[in-house]
Design a binder for this molecule. Structure first.
Ligand code: AMP
Length: 304
């Protein structure tokens, strides 16, 4: 089992879906990611929050065994995001993004974090992603990155630089099209691979996810759920299951990547059942294995 380091946002989210709304609840790309990945391996988190960040949120991560030694508390307000979804839950509409303490965050990685073999650069300013990557003493065995429209529009150039240095990109479908400037998803995935990463994972919400690895495609469906309340965090939770399962096996090959796609889908299917990290916080490992087995049934082909 290998350790996993993540840098990304830790946030207070306000979210509106057709099924309800919440104000200033725990969110953030690194939060969802680390909570999800903690079911698979030891996770170390690098991020910053403001003095207004509730202590019980940190406790939730600690209860999941996440190392929060790299979570600094800075003067100022915590990162805030607010978003809304219509009946089509696949597309989040950002209403407001306040970087707050992330505007001036300069991570200085403690020595014990600089040799962690699996690294996830969760959705955050690509310049920060680069800073963390460049502080590693040895090239990690696997580096993956996630991003979104906010940074594709606002930080295109540094995003291009960090893309050249990573092995895996996880990105949602609309953002894959935007990044590649290409409406066809298959062509978009290939175009993104041409920017550097050997592996591209396109997350497609209720339609599942697409893997392009070394030129070969693989797909998984989303778990058929009747109770989707809030898709926020599904992408980061997917990435947590994906990277967590790879780090747990400490092996990256076609087989482990395909299983990682299923673990990603399993974890995301839990997150969307409730707001914030509520479902992940009460998730039990046996539920993950049961849903993984359900997935195997879901996609098995009988021989004619
Ligand atoms: P997703 O998994 O794509 O639904 O990600 C949702 C999470 O991303 C929310 O909890 C937000 O706090 C966080 N987020 C939204 N916008 C940004 C941004 N520009 N940079 C970093 N994190 C963000």
């Amino acid at each position: 089992m290998a350790e996993l380091l993540v840098v990304g946002s830790v946030a207070l989210d306000s979210v509106e879906t057709p099924f309800g709304q919440v104000q200033e609840v725990l969110g953030g790309s690194a939060t969802y990611f680390s909570c999800s990945a903690s079911f698979f391996t030891r996770v170390r988190l690098v991020a910053t929050v403001g003095q207004d960040f509730p202590k019980e949120h940190v406790q939730l991560l600690e209860d999941r065994g996440v190392d929060v030694g790299g979570l600094s508390v800075a003067a100022g307000r915590t990162f805030r995001w607010s978003g809304a979804y219509g009946y089509d839950l696949n597309e989040a509409r950002t209403l407001d993004t306040q970087l707050n303490v992330f505007a001036n965050f300069r991570p200085a990685l403690a020595e014990n974090l600089r040799r962690v073999p699996y690294l996830f650069l969760a959705n955050i300013d690509p310049e920060l992603q680069l800073e963390v990557l460049h502080q590693m003493r040895e090239r990690p065995r696997l580096v993956a990155l996630d991003t979104m429209n906010f940074w594709i529009q606002g930080k295109r150039e540094p995003l291009g630089r960090v893309l050249r240095e990573v092995d895996v990109v996880t990105i949602n479908d609309a953002e894959a099209r935007q990044l590649a400037g290409e409406p066809n998803l298959v062509k978009a995935a290939r175009a993104i691979a041409a920017m550097g990463p050997r592996t591209v994972v396109v997350k497609r919400g209720e339609y599942g996810a697409l893997l392009l690895d070394d030129g070969a495609f693989f797909v998984v469906p989303a778990y058929p759920l009747e109770s989707v309340f809030d898709p926020t965090g599904a992408g980061d939770t997917f990435a947590g299951g994906f990277m967590g399962s790879l780090a747990a096996r400490d092996r990256v090959d076609r087989g482990t990547l395909r299983r990682a796609m299923v673990y990603g889908s399993v974890m995301a299917s839990f997150t969307v059942e409730d707001f914030s990290l509520n479902r992940l916080a009460r998730l039990a490992p046996h539920e993950i294995e049961r849903r993984y087995a359900d997935f195997e049934d879901l996609i098995r082909l009988e021989r004619a």
